[in-house]
Design a protein around this ligand. Structure first.
Ligand SMILES: Nc1nc2c(ncn2[C@@H]2O[C@H](COP(=O)(O)OP(=O)(O)OP(=O)(O)O)[C@@H](O)[C@H]2O)c(=O)[nH]1
Ligand SMILES: [Zn+2]
Length: 202
């Protein structure tokens, strides 16, 4: 077991009133949450987002990345659908942590791309592990997902954990002059599906 369930409460947002479920990694003390909306029972796939923490984008309006825009769009889409889940995973900076992300951004300010910056700091490009998602989904009784992501590694990682990703929903929002290079590197080096047309690779 990667995480254990702790407690749930209501979470009113501008998009709708979600239920917030708290989970804890016993080994590390790391805390993760899931926001759910509507009835999740039954075989009908659930609209889902696994969102990795990005303090700068999610809370501080940073335009260096697309995270904050994706978070808002995912919550809006779930509210529109009336049913869904957003797992908010505490794996800041693709797993290197906030202060290392600032170190990486400093290198990027001097010309490195997002992958080179991680490597110059001695980290792999992406250190994330999604094992906690399986426990969270099992706890909530969710088996089948329509996953909002542009990241093929995320789809593969979840499928590798036995999670049935039946559909991949593109999440193309927030492109701006400050994240143009970052998005280009995600596409060329990390393999993200970022074409503007509706693609259906997954
Ligand atoms: N190390 C590092 N992490 C970053 C950088 N920019 C954003 N992040 C982190 O990257 C994570 C989001 O990863 P993305 O690749 O944008 O998105 P994803 O979640 O893998 O893919 P999508 O589902 O398509 O959004 C968050 O944890 C951010 O904090 C960066 O330049 N360097
Ligand atoms: Zn971000």
């Amino acid at each position: 077991m990667a995480v254990r369930y702790v407690q749930s409460c209501r979470l009113p947002t501008p998009f709708g009133v979600f239920d917030m479920h708290g989970f804890e990694e016993p080994d590390t003390g790391k805390e993760h949450i899931a926001l759910t909306l509507g009835s999740l029972e039954g075989d009908e796939p659930v609209l889902a987002r696994t969102h990795s923490e990005c303090l700068t984008g999610d809370a501080l309006y940073s335009m260096r990345c697309d995270c904050g825009y994706q978070l808002e769009e995912a919550l809006r889409s779930i509210a529109r659908e009336g049913r869904g889940i957003l797992m908010y995973l505490r794996q800041e900076g693709r797993g290197i942590g906030l202060l290392n992300k600032i170190r990486a951004y400093h290198l990027q300010d001097q010309g490195a791309d997002t992958v080179e910056a991680n490597e110059q700091l001695g980290f792999a490009a992406d250190l994330r592990d999604y094992t906690m998602c399986k426990d969270m989904l099992d706890h909530l009784g969710i088996g089948r997902l329509k996953l909002m992501t542009n990241n093929p590694r995320k789809v593969n990682a979840l499928r590798g954990l036995g999670i049935d990703v039946v559909e991949r929903v593109a999440l193309h929002v927030g492109r701006n002059p400050h994240n143009e290079n970052y998005l280009a590197t995600k596409q060329s080096k990390l393999g993200h599906w970022l074409e503007t047309h509706q693609d259906d690779e997954a």
